[in-house]
Design a protein around this ligand. Structure first.
Ligand SMILES: *Cc1c(COP(=O)(O)O)cnc(C)c1O
Length: 271
């Protein structure tokens, strides 16, 4: 269970235990890091897990879903229309009728407990810095970083989704739920989505190859690659204060790489 998903899960696991739940249910795409993390967490912390996957079954299972299944996760497919309504009372009721009682984690794992867990990332950074950056899918991780900094320094998120100005509102309302209001020391850059979620192109893939051969740090094209491309590009344009030290949070996601081989280059990796 690597990357930011552990931080997002930690207090949710505590809460699920407190509520006496023995099953975790959540949603995700077929390559989802979140699905992978919940399956692993279920095994480690002794929960049954149910993964509701967008779309139809494709056999053989990709590496993400076969890991999930081998970890004991029950996999259930929801057609794309129903999936879009996954948070509606109708769908939740259907799932309760089918699977009984469960602790529900939203797609991507973002809720107030996730923000609390991610705020602890800041205390693990033991060098001085000016900016901390992370990729944004739902904004939960960024909200945690902002909350951990509590007015100090600057947090910069990079949206991996196209046209995602709603992310700023998401983060704002997550912060409000944690009683953090009107901080100005953060923003989300919307310019490095490369066409949208799980989309990529040769420029990005070339950057990732060069980055990894230069630093020996593996990254992937869905989250960390887009953030790092953005950081390098902004730095070359003089965006950051001179002499500033920038922390780039490696949020993980490497499990997804196994299933991406052969699917790269200008295509969606989402199906
Ligand atoms: C889920 C995920 C993110 C996005 O986190 P949010 O809290 O949803 O913004 C970033 N990077 C990786 C590798 C992820 O798996």
């Amino acid at each position: 269970m690597s990357g930011n998903k552990w931080h997002k899960l930690k207090y949710n696991i505590q809460e699920a235990k407190k509520q006496g739940k023995d099953t975790l249910l959540t949603f995700g795409g077929a390559y989802s890091n979140h699905i992978y993390a919940i399956a692993a967490a279920g095994k480690i912390f002794n929960f049954d897990t149910i993964g509701i996957i967008r779309g139809e079954e494709h056999l053989p299972l990709n590496p993400t879903l076969s890991f999930a299944k081998d970890s004991g996760m029950k996999i259930y497919y929801l057609d794309r229309t129903s999936y879009r309504n996954k948070n509606s009372p109708e769908i939740i009721n259907q799932l309760q009728e089918k699977f009984g009682d469960f602790y529900l984690l939203p797609e991507g794992g973002t809720n107030d407990y996730a923000v609390k867990g991610c705020s602890e990332i800041i205390s693990k950074i033991n060098i001085d810095f000016d900016y901390v950056c992370c990729p944004c899918g739902t904004g939960g991780t960024l909200a945690g970083l902002i909350s951990g900094l509590n007015g100090d320094k600057y947090s910069l998120g990079f949206s991996v989704l196209k046209g995602a100005s709603f992310l700023k509102e998401n983060v704002q309302s997550l912060l409000q739920n944690s009683n953090i209001n009107s901080l100005k020391n953060w923003n989300i850059n919307l310019d490095y989505h490369f066409g949208g979620y799980a989309r990529t192109d040769l420029v990005l893939l070339d950057f990732i190859n060069r980055f990894t051969s230069h630093t020996k740090i593996p990254i992937e094209p869905i989250y960390t690659g887009k953030m790092l491309f953005g950081i390098y590009d902004l730095a070359s344009k003089g965006f950051f204060k001179e002499e500033s030290r920038i922390i780039a949070l490696h949020t993980g996601g490497l499990q997804g790489l196994k299933g991406l081989a052969g699917k790269l280059s200008g295509q969606t990796l989402n199906d």
